[in-house]
Design a binder for this molecule. Structure first.
Ligand code: FMN
Length: 291
């Protein structure tokens, strides 16, 4: 899958490669009303990664239903809509509005955005609020519900367990890690929002460990995300226990990265004589041999 916020609404990429070969496309985070996002600058490159503080700029749910969903309805690739609210009620309302809309295959509930003042990762940091959002969305829709967790929490396993118990069908792990850059010449934070969310290869080991830990604690499927740029990265997440993966930041430098990950996994399976990807899910969950 493509990771939310890094592949627009999918329509922008059709001329670059056959997007219908993807497992799924996850849309940019969608809110009840359109948002302009945070002041510029909103992106800063860091060692092995990117800091972003977009602040959920998006067209709003009405335009998404009117303009994007009809296009998606004609595609063979499923589209998952990433939703974000400032209150539990807003999440439920969004889920209700998107229920039954042709072209939408599932919802990904973003309780993990570090770049907004209301909502965002404040819902994802604690098991109680995370479960309340999940339960409200679950009740408001008949679509499959993925809940996207934040690494900016003391205990992601506790949050994951609460979200699974509240009715989530799957978990996406993880969103960006809170970080910042200071412009030393101007002596102030570089990003307009002061802090941002770190993504890219820098966060891969952190995301991988979280997938590993959560996969040992919940029974629902996990979608691994965080720094995946190659098939080998994706295989690490799958072997840690993820049933699927998302590619985000890697697509900025190489828009075909998600497709190359798929092709690389296929090549690995052929070389290793693996007939079914299910054989690889969690296959790396063993202790290293003793010396
Ligand atoms: C520019 C940018 C915008 C993003 N927007 C969203 C968003 O709207 N909703 C969301 O859940 N995650 C958003 N994310 C987080 C990504 O979906 C992903 O979880 C994160 O970047 C880690 O994966 P990566 O290292 O492969 O990019 C965004 C990330 C970036 C870099």
């Amino acid at each position: 899958m493509t990771a939310s916020g890094t592949f627009g609404y999918g329509t922008e990429y059709g001329h670059l490669f056959d997007i219908e070969r993807l497992g799924a496309i996850v849309s940019k985070g969608t809110t009840l009303t359109p948002r302009e996002g945070n002041p510029q600058p909103r992106i800063a490159e860091t060692a092995c990664g990117v800091l972003n503080a977009i602040g959920l700029e998006n067209i709003g749910v009405s335009a998404l239903i009117k303009e994007e969903a009809p296009v998606w309805a004609g595609w063979r690739v499923p589209v998952i809509v990433n939703i974000a609210g400032e209150t539990v009620t807003q999440y439920a309302e969004l889920a209700g509005r998107l229920d039954g809309v042709a072209g939408i295959s599932a919802l990904e509930v973003n309780i993990s955005c570090p770049n907004v003042t209301m909502g965002g990762d404040e819902f994802g940091a604690e098991p109680g609020p995370a479960a309340r959002v999940t339960g409200a969305v679950r009740e408001a829709t008949s679509l499959p519900v993925l809940v996207k967790l934040t690494p900016n929490t003391a205990d992601i396993v506790k949050v994951a367990r609460a979200v699974a118990a509240a009715g989530a069908n799957a978990l996406t792990l993880v969103n960006t890690l809170r970080g910042m850059v200071i412009d030393t010449r101007r002596r102030r934070p570089l990003l307009g929002n002061v802090t941002g969310g770190l993504s890219g290869p820098a966060i891969k080991p952190v995301a991988l460990a979280m997938v590993y830990e959560v996969a040992g604690a919940v029974k629902i499927p996990i979608v691994g995300c965080g720094g995946i740029a190659t098939a080998n990265d994706a295989l690490e997440f799958i072997m840690a226990g993820a049933s699927a993966v998302q590619v985000g930041t890697a697509g900025f430098a190489n828009p075909k990265a998600p497709l190359e990950v798929i092709e690389g996994i296929e090549a690995f399976m052929e070389k290793e004589g693996v007939g079914d990807i299910a054989e690889l899910i969690g296959a790396g969950r063993r202790l290293p041999p003793s010396p």
